[in-house]
Write a protein that binds this ligand. Structure first.
Ligand code: HGY
Ligand code: MN
Ligand code: MN
Length: 412
């Protein structure tokens, strides 16, 4: 690649900084589905894709789609994708690194006039984290043809439904199935993503090849006990919803500890109408359990549910458990893993294969086309979903060069 070494990486980081300027929050990055910051981010990404020689559109669910045509007319397409929505107080690279890596690679192809026997579609998916409507992967399931219409009824904290939010952008949610790509046209799906963990950093490696993506299950729990006066109800008479929730949190931690690839997290815990001098009668909490394989995960879920029943019994509370998401573990294509590994080896680095504990848009393509992921090292101990998330320009540059190399060898 003629681009001076390091130049692509520096450009990726510069664009990530500029994209992070669009935020729902002052002084922190938060880009939630279909907020003004989210729409502004889509517009800026579309401009950059246009300047890189792609035909660009923003589809009905907010995906930013840039198409780099093939050497000859064909529908066969390799998708390079990742997401541009973020968690609250996020890092600048989760999802965005993958979009911007694809952008600088296609910009380089355009400048050098290089085209392939297949088209390349760069897609910035609009909603992967599932924060606003507790509905992950809206963008990638729409493109993959697996969007769950039942999600349209989900409401955000202001009571706005997903259907209303999408309709407000001028698109009829009933037309979402029309966004799906014809399966016979898909020649592959490639995603570059930060590792969001410490493995590559600890082993001194800039890149890794993803073998499989963990399956995760998410739940929303409502604990109902008995509200009361904090000063007058003796401890033995209480049915305290928060104390029961605390037992649940510790039961999840206990069951999910010391089992390889198994993790359990309570990321949100809320006391509706809570007050210092009131014994909580109600407590709501999220639950996320995932593992490298579905058998390990499902065994943990069964045990946690049994323990929740025992806690409810012991404490005289009721616990309603609502399943929000169930995603199976997805193996990455052996062919694409080999393509990434060979490209990494050509840079002189030993390829490192590793599973992903984080979910990614790639899970929605694993069953319909050759799908693979390239991990890029995370600094700061591998932290992610935090403003402390960092990537070096050198590593980002290597990731771009490997992605280009994979495209050049894709159809050999
Ligand atoms: O939750 C996840 O694994 C991803 O960051 N959405
Ligand atoms: Mn994330
Ligand atoms: Mn991500």
């Amino acid at each position: 690649m003629s681009a001076t070494s390091g130049m692509l990486g520096a450009r990726i980081l510069e664009l990530a900084d500029r994209l992070a300027a669009h935020s729902d929050l002052p002084g922190a990055l938060s880009c939630t589905y279909l907020t003004p910051a989210h729409r502004a981010s889509a517009k800026e990404l579309a401009q950059w894709m246009q300047a890189a020689g792609m035909a660009v559109s923003i589809d009905g669910v907010g995906n930013v789609v840039g198409r780099y045509t093939a050497a000859q007319a064909t529908n066969r397409t390799v998708i390079i994708g990742s997401h541009y929505d973020t968690v609250v107080d996020a890092g600048k690279y989760d999802g965005r690194l993958g979009i911007l890596t694809g952008l600088v690679v296609i910009d380089h192809l355009n400048r050098t006039g290089r085209r392939f026997p297949f088209a390349v579609e760069l897609i910035g998916f609009a909603e992967e984290e599932g924060l606003r409507f507790s509905a992950s992967y809206i963008g990638s399931t729409a493109v993959a043809g697996s969007f769950d219409r039942g999600l349209l009824a989900r409401r955000d904290r202001d009571g706005v439904s997903l259907a209303e939010a999408i309709s407000a952008t001028g698109f009829d949610p009933a037309d979402i199935p029309k966004l799906a790509r014809a399966r016979q046209d898909l020649a592959g799906y490639l995603e570059v993503h930060i590792e969001q963990g410490p493995v590559l950093l600890q082993e001194g490696l800039p890149l890794g090849v993803v073998t499989a993506i963990a399956g995760n299950c998410r739940y929303w729990l409502t604990v109902s006990g008995q509200a009361g006066h904090a000063g007058t109800v003796p401890m033995g008479f209480r049915r305290d919803a928060v104390a029961a929730a605390a037992d649940i949190v510790l039961a999840v931690e206990h069951r999910c500890s010391n089992v390889p690839t198994l993790v359990g997290t309570v990321g949100r815990i809320e006391v509706p109408g809570g007050a210092t001098n009131v014994i909580p009668g109600r407590c709501e909490l999220s639950l996320d359990i995932r593992a490298g394989d579905d058998v390990t995960r499902d065994a943990a879920i069964a045990d946690v549910r049994a323990e929740i029943d025992a806690i409810a019994q012991r404490r005289g509370v009721t616990v309603e458990i609502k399943e929000i998401q169930r995603m199976g573990a997805v193996a990455c294509s052996a062919r694409v893993q080999t393509l990434f590994a060979d490209a990494i080896a050509r840079t002189g680095i030993t390829p490192r294969f590793l599973p992903s504990g984080a979910g990614h848009d790639a899970v929605n393509f694993g069953g319909i086309t050759d799908t693979g992921m390239l991990f890029v090292r995370c600094g700061n101990g591998g932290v992610s979903h935090s403003p402390r998330e960092i990537v070096t320009a050198e590593d980002a540059d290597l990731g771009a060069r490997v992605l280009l190399d994979v495209l050049q060898h894709y159809e050999e």
